[in-house]
Design a protein around this ligand. Structure first.
Ligand code: GLU
Length: 294
C-alpha cells in the first residue's frame, strides 16, 4: 500500500505544488503507507528540473521509498498494457484534430468536452483514407459513460468516462494511461493530488478496472490560487523555493507558510505529520500572495 507524488519536470515546483506534495506525504505516512515518487517525464521536460524538484521536496522534509520511477524509462510497460487492450478489441484509431473535437462537442466556447466518438465507427475504407492524411491516436472504446470513485474530501464522486486517448498521435503514451499503469505497478492505493484532476479520476479508475487494477482511494486537495483567484503560476512572482530564498525566506519559513495555510501549528514536516488530521483540512483554495521584491 502506497501513496505517491508525481511531478512533471517541466519547471520548478511552486509553493502550491510543494503544499500538495506535503499533503500527499502526510496522507500516506499517517496511514502507514509507503510514499513513492514518480517523475512524469513523457513530455515537456526542462533541463535540470527533475533534480531541482526532488531537492526541493527533500529540503521540505519529505522522504520517499525507492525506487524512484521515471515514466520515460517505462515505455515497454505502457506498450504491453496497450497491446493487451488492443488484443481485447477495446481500442480504435482516432484521426480527429483538436479543432474537429471542439467543433463536434456542443460544449460552450469550443471547450473540448467528452470525446464524441467520431472515429469509433469508421469503415475500413474511411480509416485507410484518413491514415494517408495524418497519424492516428489510439483511443479506448469505453464501455460506460460514467464511473464513481471514492474521494476522502469529495465523497463518492461520479464523473464522465469518454473514449480517452491511450497513445497520442506522436506515439507517446498518454498521461491517463501512464498514470493508471504506474499507480498499479507501484502498489499505489491512495492518490492525493490537486483538485484540478478530480474530473479525470473516474476515467482513470475505469481504465484501471479494465487493466485488472483496483482503483485507488483519492484525495483531491484544493489548489493554491493567486490574488486574482486564478491557479497559482510562475508568472505570479516569487512562488518557487529558490525565488522565495532570494527574497529572504528560509526553507523553514516556506514550510511554516504551508502549515499556516492548513491551519496547523507545527513548524516543520515531522511536526505536521504528527498533527495531521484529514478531517480538519481546509476545503477552500489557498490564496498565496508572493512577497514583493525588496
Ligand atoms: N504529473 C501530474 C502533474 O504534475 C500529476 C498527475 C497525478 O498526480 O495523477 O500535474
Amino acid at each position: 500500500m502506497s501513496g505517491r507524488y508525481a511531478p512533471s519536470p517541466s519547471g520548478d515546483l511552486h509553493i502550491g505544488n510543494l503544499r500538495t506534495a506535503l499533503l500527499a506525504w502526510m496522507f500516506a505516512r499517517s496511514s502507514g503507507r509507503d510514499f513513492r515518487m514518480r517523475v512524469e517525464d513523457l513530455d515537456r521536460v526542462r533541463e535540470g528540473a527533475e533534480r531541482r524538484q526532488l531537492d526541493d521536496l527533500a529540503a521540505l522534509g519529505i522522504d520517499w521509498d525507492p525506487p524512484l520511477v521515471r515514466q520515460s524509462e517505462r515505455r515497454v510497460v505502457y506498450e504491453a498494457a496497450v497491446a493487451g487492450l488492443v488484443a481485447r478489441g477495446l481500442t480504435y484509431e482516432c484521426f480527429c484534430t483538436r479543432r474537429e473535437i471542439a467543433e463536434a462537442a456542443s460544449a460552450p466556447h469550443g471547450t473540448p468536452g467528452p470525446y464524441p466518438g467520431t472515429c469509433r465507427n469508421l469503415t475500413d475504407e474511411e480509416r485507410a483514407a484518413r491514415r494517408e492524411e495524418r497519424p492516428a491516436a489510439l483511443r479506448l472504446a469505453a464501455g460506460t459513460a460514467e464511473f464513481t470513485v471514492r474521494d476522502l474530501l469529495h465523497g463518492e464522486y461520479t464523473g464522465a468516462v469518454d473514449d480517452l486517448v491511450l497513445v497520442r498521435n506522436d506515439g507517446v503514451p498518454a498521461y491517463n494511461l501512464a498514470v493508471v499503469v504506474d499507480d498499479g505497478a507501484m502498489d499505489v492505493d491512495q492518490v492525493v493530488r490537486g483538485d484540478d484532476l478530480l474530473g479525470s479520476a473516474p476515467r482513470q479508475a475505469y481504465l484501471a478496472t479494465l487493466l485488472g487494477i483496483t482503483p485507488p482511494v483519492y484525495a483531491h486537495v484544493p489548489l493554491a490560487l493567486n490574488a486574482a483567484g486564478a491557479r497559482l503560476a510562475k508568472r505570479d512572482g516569487a512562488v518557487t523555493l529558490a525565488d522565495l530564498h532570494t527574497l529572504g525566506w528560509s526553507t523553514a519559513d516556506v514550510v511554516a507558510a504551508i502549515a499556516d495555510s492548513l491551519g496547523m501549528a507545527a513548524r516543520d514536516a515531522a511536526g505536521m505529520l504528527a498533527e495531521f488530521d484529514p478531517a480538519t483540512l481546509p476545503r477552500a483554495p489557498w490564496v498565496f500572495v508572493p512577497p514583493a521584491p525588496a
